[in-house]
Design a binder for this molecule. Structure first.
Ligand code: SAH
Length: 244
């Protein structure tokens, strides 16, 4: 009698597991377009990015290509293509798609360009820069994020991106000078080492202002011994931290 029940119970458990697969798919947002979600990315580019004035074809191609949903935590994957920033753990966030595209367009990445990012976070911005053909260096101060993201970039085919766990205030002197520097955390002033590590005519995009308030996205250009700067738009970024 007992033996007779064993098989149906196992079969039942097996069937239950199989039934759970589509449920997990729905929860992680993979159900609509398989594992790729290219249609949602296309809508993101058209409705959130092109509609707000980003035109650079290199930037738009990268935004269409990089699977944003693979850079956010499992519980956020459903919202990956929404018009907003998302939490990525450790109190940090991945920027809204439009902001990523806008900052990318401004620094003009592409083949032959060497770019430094401060604030690796999820690795999404770094992957976008890499997808333009640029040589990308990125620094993250939170050890757990730095480690997890280095692995993610490797696993997703962005293994050429050079990652480092450090305080980005000091830049990455061994690889300087850079054609462009992109800072993705809000700083009260532009760190002087970063200006030093820019090439002549190099561009830096950086949110400047008090943490926890609205900051100004600034474009800084190095011109010989001087720099010029322009205010681009109000933004909100997580604070730039300093190593203790
Ligand atoms: N570019 C990221 C956004 C990350 S949010 C992405 O695409 O997901 C900002 C990141 O900057 C956080 O991960 C934070 O830990 C990091 N950060 C803050 N201060 C830093 C510093 N001094 N050096 C390096 N990273 C820093």
């Amino acid at each position: 009698m007992r033996k007779g029940l064993e098989l149906p119970r196992r079969t039942l458990i097996l069937l239950l597991c199989i039934a759970l697969v589509p449920l997990i798919d729905v929860l992680t947002g993979d159900a609509w377009a398989g594992d790729n979600r290219a249609e949602e990315r296309e809508a993101m580019v058209t409705e959130q990015i092109v509609a707000r004035g980003v035109k650079d074809p290199v930037t738009l191609a990268a935004m269409r290509e990089v699977p944003r949903h693979k850079f956010v935590p499992l519980l956020q994957t459903f919202y990956a293509y929404n018009d907003r920033p998302l939490p990525i753990g450790h109190g940090q966030t991945i920027s809204q798609p439009f902001i990523v595209a806008y900052m990318t367009e401004v620094i003009q990445p592409g083949p032959g360009k060497k770019i430094l990012e401060i604030g690796t976070g999820s690795g999404y911005q770094a992957a976008i820069l890499a997808a333009t053909g640029a040589e990308v260096y990125t620094i993250e101060i939170i050890p757990a994020l730095a480690k997890a993201t280095a692995k993610r970039l490797q696993d997703l085919g962005y293994g050429d991106v050079k990652t480092k766990e450090a305080d980005g205030y000091y830049g990455w002197a061994e690889h300087a000078p850079f054609d462009a520097i992109i800072v993705t955390a809000a700083t009260e002033f532009v760190p002087p080492p970063l200006i030093e590590q820019l090439k002549d005519q190099g561009l830096m995009i950086v949110p400047v202002g008090s943490p926890f308030f609205v900051q100004t996205l600034m474009l800084v250009q190095k011109r010989g011994e001087t720099t010029t700067s322009a205010n681009l738009m109000p933004v909100r970024f997580v604070p730039f931290r300093r190593a203790e």
